[in-house]
Every structure is written in structure tokens, then in C-alpha cells.
Ligand binder design. Structure first.
Ligand SMILES: [Zn+2]
Length: 545
């Protein structure tokens, strides 16, 4: 068995230890020594392969704590429009995408921004027909709440003057009643995305998964927690496992539960999760894919005034949660009794209160258990008493710095109104209370790049518009704290901290080599930085060209 020694580096060990290390040794996919050059060389012994890292910075692999692997991979397959500043730029982008691939049966785009339209102007099919009129064009808005489509797409989706608006959505129409090419909320879901889903084949979905793995490896991710797993994802992952017997890096998955308003139907979903968990574990063990838990979407988002708040929004709206306690608590207890970890999407302060009630109910009914690892996702506006309860119960705060890029907060602040608009994303309070923290990106709702996420975590400034003022900079993480939450924090959140997440002898050799140490560099250098080398189980999974 060959041992490889990586030396002449600055090694960030990753579980809060300040121990200085310059080298590590890897045998058969595992770390066998981490420490000073001379000590590691002595343990590795004669004949070890020697790699001089030239003073580079080494961290444990990043755990993407809130991933949507297939959705990200699909988004990466689409024409990116986030940086288009005008309708003309969107048209140019589509024209060249079509010219590059003239045989394509359709063109999909993602992340166009509302500010490219003049005041009072809305997206129309005619704007797109002007550049592509013979194949469907479907462009998702950057908030993924609406779609802009051309006339060929309207026809392919079967939308006519007589098609009614779906509940909770709108097919925007002109004065004569003709659809104009703009689909809002459930109309986007039920027409644009249902169509895209229906026409995508197995090879498309396999490619989406490949896209996600390679994009993540480029940015130093060597483990991910998929936060909305379902039957569609399962079949793609199973195909991959049947083909390769492994994944490019380990994925832990939370199965998405749907609030049905019927306890029997809720519980039937738990049975489905258990069947899937058992099938994966029986056929492939837990090394690469493991269904560790379930996901509850307890509320919506602040931008659309659908997050559940204790007090009404600035406009007076006061929506309730998606899961009421009478349904959420019993199903949480049933999942917990089966050893499934609970992940609760809770953006508003009322939703996170319900999330903690769910965890308390589990402890009361099923007793204390150190492997429980419940977690709350997002926590954009949260009450101090909730933070104290999270600390007492050991509930992980899973947060996404890219969601509070100052460039996307204007509407968010307006909906909350003062003083709540100045008290969002209180990372410093979680740290002070001793709440376990895991950082992720929730891509594709936000950019997936790890060091862009690190930039916002450590500066509270904008990646999208660097000239913007920081949002509440007293909240920021030190670079070491943020790196730890991106690596060790994510592994601990799913109970895998003894396997990876810090660089210690015995752990899987999942690590990343970076060009610079973010603890002592100008933060702007973080934006757009990628990994020079990413190792998974000691093997090169990505090397910068
Ligand atoms: Zn998500």
C-alpha cells in the first residue's frame, strides 16, 4: 500500500484545534498522519510518495450542508442569465446558445433579474420570439418563483386563451386574453417546470447529477446534504450507484415530506422513506449515499411574505405555517422514533418556534439521544428565546450566507419593516449561545461557490454588487470560524464528524488545496476562488486545469 505525503503546506485541521500542521500522509484513502513535516515523514516511512505543496493552504473538504444536487445540476445545464443587465443581453445570450447547439429541441435559461425591465414593463414571449421562435424557450427567474417563455413554449405546454389560472398562480395575459409569456408562482411550476420535467430523459437527469458533482468538486466540496430528496432523485442516484458502485463524494439525504393535512397520509410518507433508506443501505451500505432523515417545509420566504412570523409583515399580512403543530408534532415524533434526523425549513420566527416544539416533543416522547442531530434550515429572522432553546437542545443552525448578499435584501427588508429589517441573520447570537452551526448555499436558489459563501460569511458584503454597504457587519464570522462551519460543522450536523470534516489520522482523506489562506488575505480575493486540488478518499477528484 503506497503512502503519499503532502508537505510544505499550511494545514487547517478543522475542529477548532489551533495545532500547527504542515503535512499529512494518506494511505489507502485514509489520513494516517497530520502534523509537522518531520513528524509526518517519520510516520510515513521510507518509500512514501512525496508531494511538495509549495506553501499552499489545505482544509478538510467542504460539506455543502444544504444542497439540491439535481436542481443545481439542471440549473448548470441552462443558459445562465444572472449577469445580464438588459433584455438585449438576454437575447444575445440566447442567440449564441442556439447558434452553438442548433439541434437542441429546446433552450432553458435561469436566473434572469427583474431589474432588466423598464418600470412597468414585464417579460413577454415576443421579446424571446425575436431571437428564437422555432423551439421552446423557458427562462426561470432568479428567485425561481416565475418563468418567462416564448410562443413555441406556450404552445408546447398547451397553454391557450381558455387555460384557467391554477390555484396560487397566474398566466399573465394581455387585454385580448392571450397569454403573454409570463407565468407566475404555481403557473410556472405546473406548466413551465412540469413541461421541462416531462421532456427530460434519463440521460438528461444523469448529466444533471454529473454537473452538480463536478461543480461542487471544483469549489472544494467533498460531501453534501441533499435537502429535498424524493423518488425522482432516488432513481437517478441508484442508476449512478448501479453503474459505478460509488458516488464522486458522499451524500446524505433528507427525504422531503409534504403536508397533507391528514395524519394517515403523513405517516404513509414515513413508510416510504424507511423503504428507501433500507434499500440503499442493504445494496450499498452507507459510505456514499445515506438517507439520514426527513425535511419539513414549515413556512415560505420573507420576500413573498409567506414565511411564518410572530408579528404581521409591514403590509399587514400574517400567513400561518405550512405545517400546523397538530400535524407536525406527531409525524416528527414518528420519524424520530425510527432514527430519522429532522430538518426543518424555518425562515420566520414563528416557524422556528414550531421547529423547536417538534424537537422537544421528540425528546419527551422518545427520550434523549445523542445521535438525534435535529437541524433548522435558514433561520433568517429568529427570536432570541429560540436561539436559547436551540443551544439547550443541541439543534444545529444550518444557514446560508449567500442568502443575505446585501444586493438581494432590499425587498426582504421592506417586507419586514423596521426594526426587524435590521435584525436578520443573527449569526453572532448563535455563536454566543453555543449553537452548533453548519454553513451551506442552498444552490441553485443562490450561487454554489464555497469561497463566495465564505466572503459573505466573513464580511457581510455583497458578491453580486461589491460596492454595496455591508449588512450588519457585527454578525460576521472570523475566517477560521466560517471555515470550521463549512467543514466540520457540516459533518457534525449529520453525525459523520468521526468520518470526515476535520483532518485527523483515521479519517477519510477528503481535503482541498487552495492557493491562499483566507485567514490572512484580502477578502476580495475570495470571490471566484476555486480549489487547486480536491481529494476524495485520497484520490484526485478535481485538479485545476
Ligand atoms: Zn433548499
Amino acid at each position: 500500500m503506497t503512502t503519499t505525503v503532502y508537505r510544505n503546506a499550511t494545514v487547517f485541521i478543522g475542529d477548532g484545534r489551533p495545532a500547527p500542521a504542515q503535512a499529512l500522509a494518506v494511505t489507502d484513502g485514509r489520513l494516517v498522519a497530520v502534523g509537522e513535516d518531520r513528524t509526518v515523514a517519520a510516520i510515513a516511512g521510507e518509500g512514501a510518495r512525496d508531494v511538495d505543496l509549495g506553501g499552499a493552504f489545505v482544509t478538510p473538504g467542504i460539506t455543502e450542508s444544504h444542497a439540491h444536487m439535481l436542481m443545481l445540476g439542471e440549473a448548470l445545464d441552462k443558459v445562465g442569465l444572472r449577469d445580464c443587465g438588459s433584455v438585449a443581453e438576454v437575447q444575445d445570450r440566447l442567440r449564441s446558445a442556439y447558434a452553438r447547439n442548433p439541434q437542441t429541441p429546446r433552450i432553458q435559461g435561469v436566473s434572469w433579474r427583474f431589474d432588466i425591465f423598464a418600470p412597468g414593463q414585464r417579460p413577454t414571449a415576443a421579446m424571446l420570439d425575436a431571437v428564437v421562435d422555432d423551439v421552446p424557450v423557458i427562462l426561470d427567474a432568479n428567485d425561481l418563483h416565475s418563468a418567462w417563455v416564448n410562443s413555441a413554449a406556450l404552445e408546447a405546454m398547451g397553454i391557450t386563451d381558455d387555460t384557467p389560472n391554477p390555484v396560487g398562480g397566474e398566466i399573465v395575459r394581455d387585454d385580448e386574453g392571450h397569454a403573454t409569456g409570463f407565468l407566475l408562482e404555481t403557473a410556472a411550476v405546473q406548466y413551465a417546470w412540469a413541461y421541462a420535467e416531462a421532456v427530460a430523459g434519463e440521460t438528461d437527469r444523469d448529466r444533471y447529477l454529473d454537473n452538480a458533482f463536478s461543480a461542487y468538486l471544483r469549489t472544494g466540496v467533498t460531501a453534501a446534504t441533499d435537502m429535498a430528496f424524493g423518488p425522482g432523485d432516488l432513481s437517478v442516484f441508484i442508476r449512478r450507484l448501479e453503474r459505478d458502485g460509488r458516488l464522486p463524494f458522499p451524500v446524505t439525504a433528507h427525504w422531503m415530506l409534504t403536508a397533507t393535512g391528514d395524519r394517515t397520509a403523513d405517516l404513509a410518507q414515513v413508510a416510504e422513506v424507511l423503504r428507501a433508506r433500507e434499500e440503499i443501505a442493504r445494496r450499498w451500505g452507507e459510505k456514499w449515499l445515506s438517507i439520514v432523515g426527513v425535511k419539513f417545509i414549515l413556512d415560505g420566504v420573507i420576500d413573498a411574505c409567506t414565511a411564518a412570523m410572530r408579528d404581521p409583515y409591514a403590509n399587514g399580512e400574517a400567513p400561518g405555517p405550512i405545517w400546523e403543530r397538530e400535524f407536525a408534532l406527531p409525524i416528527a415524533v414518528a420519524c424520530d422514533a425510527e432514527g430519522l434526523q429532522l430538518a426543518m425549513h424555518a425562515i420566520g420566527d414563528e416557524a422556528s418556534t414550531i421547529a423547536l416544539d417538534m424537537v422537544e416533543a421528540c425528546v419527551q416522547v422518545n427520550g434523549p439521544r445523542s445521535s438525534r442531530r435535529p437541524r433548522v434550515e435558514h433561520l433568517e429572522y429568529v427570536a432570541d428565546d429560540t436561539i436559547a432553546r436551540m443551544a439547550a437542545l443541541g439543534v444545529t443552525a444550518s444557514m446560508q450566507p449567500v442568502h443575505c448578499d446585501p444586493a438581494i435584501l432590499d425587498n426582504w427588508k421592506a417586507q419586514l419593516g423596521e426594526p426587524r429589517s435590521e435584525a436578520g441573520f443573527p449569526w453572532h447570537k448563535f455563536r454566543a449561545a453555543g449553537v452548533p452551526i453548519a454553513l451551506g448555499t442552498d444552490a441553485p436558489t443562490a450561487p454554489h461557490e464555497s469561497f463566495d459563501n465564505l466572503f459573505i460569511a466573513t464580511t457581510a458584503r455583497s458578491v453580486l454588487e461589491p460596492a454595496r454597504d455591508a449588512y450588519r457587519p457585527e454578525r460576521v464570522f472570523s475566517p477560521a470560524e466560517a471555515l470550521e462551519a463549512l467543514t466540520f460543522g457540516g459533518a457534525r450536523a449529520t453525525g459523520r464528524e468521526h468520518e470526515f470534516g476535520s483532518l485527523q489520522a483515521g479519517h477519510r482523506a477528503n481535503l482541498v488545496v487552495w492557493d491562499f489562506d483566507p485567514r490572512c488575505t484580502e477578502p476580495a480575493q475570495l470571490i471566484g476562488a476555486d480549489a487547486a486540488l480536491t481529494l476524495v478518499d485520497g484520490e484526485v477528484a478535481h485538479r485545476r486545469a
